[in-house]
Design a protein around this ligand. Sequence first.
Ligand SMILES: CC(C)(COP(=O)(O)OP(=O)(O)OC[C@H]1O[C@@H](n2cnc3c(N)ncnc32)[C@H](O)[C@@H]1OP(=O)(O)O)[C@@H](O)C(=O)NCCC(=O)NCCS
Length: 337
Amino acid sequence: MSALAPAPGATHAAVLGIGAYRPERLVPNSEVVDAIDSSDEWIQQRSGIRTRRWAGPEESVQMMSVAASRIAIERAGLDARQIDCVIVATVSHLLQTPAVATAIAHELGTEQAAAFDISAACAGFCHGIAMASDLVRGGSARYVLVIGVERLTDILDLTDRGTAFIFADGAGAAVVGPSDTPGIAPVVWGSDGEQFDLIRQREDWRDVVGSDDRPGSGVMPHLVMQGNPVFRWASFAMAKIGQQALDRAGVSLDDLDVFVPHQANMRIIDAMARSMKLPEHVRIARDIADQGNTSAASIPLALDRMIEEGEARSGDTALLIAFGAGLAYAAQVITIP
Ligand SMILES: CC(C)(COP(=O)(O)OP(=O)(O)OC[C@H]1O[C@@H](n2cnc3c(N)ncnc32)[C@H](O)[C@@H]1OP(=O)(O)O)[C@@H](O)C(=O)NCCC(=O)NCCS
């Protein structure tokens, strides 16, 4: 039996740069309320959302991803040709094949980087960061681009009271590469498939549209959600996952500088912070107020804003927690680049 060459992985991995793309069009609650018999006051009180951004026709999944990625690559001090793997977390690229990641890798000018999509809904970005860290340390890639991107308006029913005011569009990206010190702690992740039905695309779309139109002919099975059980699960179960991620990182609450939970709902963010007993000094991402819930894009978008506004500084210790349909979740501690 021949001995195989060992994998030349890096000792440590870190996030080296983050970038974001927010669609041009800002949509206030007043534009959403009539179709769902709601009010600005109700939406703000129940979700904390004042406005959201919805993509225009030119702002495709690919276009938004490329824009966010170019910024992340530049901030990492790299050239696109150095990226050797592209992971795209999304549930709203409307074609199962080919992966949008290959087109993004090509448009960015990578040299035929490995490229694939992952489907873990709102938890997708943190899944991607965990995989990227392992790929870099395992020697399968040197610089991995992780993109969280959604155009959820393509699968949103604007007359559905449970979802129309929550979901939105956008893209965020991060470059993961080798580092002298650990910059991405081990992930705590998992799934609760018993609650598979709580957030999903409708299976009965034929009944809804009253015809045999299929995805691809312009009719997509839209998102539905049982808001109440999702709210309870996220508020309490995810606080425990956050604590486990801190434990795995060897970090105490006092060491933590920044908390970036998935931007699902402001009340969930507040409930998690209370359950985890976050100290006063920890700065909490609240991007949802004017960005809405952008699923896989929400964590990199929120991170990008905190960095831009000086709320997260280079070297800070940040806890990321992502959760959503599946139900799938992933949390890890990272060092802000
Ligand atoms: C969606 C959510 C805001 C709904 O709030 P809720 O308190 O659970 O709402 P309920 O469905 O129990 O309905 C409560 C009342 O509000 C009304 N209501 C529901 N949707 C409404 C809307 N969009 N506008 C106005 N009223 C609405 C209901 O009719 C009901 O009225 P009633 O008390 O007179 O019967 C809440 O469940 C939630 O935030 N869930 C988590 C969702 C989330 O973050 N998902 C993302 C995970 S990735």
